[in-house]
Design a protein around this ligand. Structure first.
Ligand code: PXP
Length: 245
């Protein structure tokens, strides 16, 4: 068990906000810089097939400008594997991707996509990229992840975060059992999706979990922790300009 669980910060939704206006603000690379200063261990960005948030040039700027390991979240498509091999990020997390989904819904079906994933994991590994597969906390999927050659699994915590009460406890027990199983068969264990202040604790208390990946909650919460500061700064500038300062 490591003393310190690594925190990967996903900056996708800074790009979502930027793209709403089509300009350059807010810049996800600036957010990554703040994440680094605040103690993030890694930056994660998901380059989706439809480029709905992060764009190709963001990935390159993150790689070149941010002195932290870059985790490339991606679908196991030919296009993305080729981009990842050129970019050579520290790591890649393979996720299922459907155009109509709002976010990554469910983990990879590694069992049904064995051949495709074996090839993708091999191509990425050959380029020096550490590959994780994003999977449900299901022992059969973990065995398949091991079989296709991935060194890491990221356990999907979305269901655990969406549930409450006893059902949440049951899902946490499923995640805990999956983490133990994954470690026992030689996989490194990461976790992520949907985590926030109220849900992160029990997940990082699992001794096998080495890293968590968190995005949407922190970007959203930053509005509430930061909006007052920004409004006060705007007030100050308006007042100064009016006073001829
Ligand atoms: N891990 C994976 C594999 C994901 O697809 C996502 C969402 O992009 C996350 C972690 C982060 O999830 P959230 O934005 O809900 O914190």
């Amino acid at each position: 068990m490591t003393d310190r669980v690594r925190l990967g910060v996903n900056i996708d939704h800074v790009a979502t906000l930027r793209n709403a206006r089509g300009g350059d603000h807010p810049d996800p690379v600036r957010a990554a810089r703040i994440a680094r200063e605040a103690g993030a261990d890694q930056i994660t960005a998901h380059l989706r097939e439809d480029r709905r948030h992060v764009r190709d040039d963001d990935m390159w700027r993150l790689k070149e400008q941010i002195a932290l390991p870059l985790n490339f979240e991606m679908a196991a498509t030919e296009e993305m594997v080729a981009i990842a091999r050129r970019l050579a990020p520290h790591s890649a997390c393979l996720v299922p991707e459907r155009r109509e989904e709002r976010t990554t819904e469910g983990g990879l079906d590694v069992i049904a996509n064995r051949a495709l994933l074996t090839d993708a994991v091999a191509a990425l590994t050959e380029a020096g990229i550490r590959v994780a597969l994003f999977v449900e906390p299901d022992p059969a999927q973990l065995d398949a992840a091991r079989a296709v050659g991935a060194p890491v699994v990221e356990l999907h915590t979305g269901r655990y975060c969406d549930l409450s009460g006893e059902a949440r406890e049951e899902e946490l027990a499923r995640i805990a059992a999956a983490a133990r199983h994954a470690a026992a068969i030689g996989l490194a264990v990461h976790a992520g999706h949907g985590l926030g202040f109220d849900t992160v604790g029990p997940v990082v208390a699992l001794p096998e979990v080495e890293e968590v990946s968190i995005g949407h909650f922190m970007i959203g919460e930053a509005i509430f922790l930061g909006l007052g500061t920004v409004i006060r700064e705007m007030r100050r500038r308006i007042d100064n300009a009016r006073a001829g300062l």
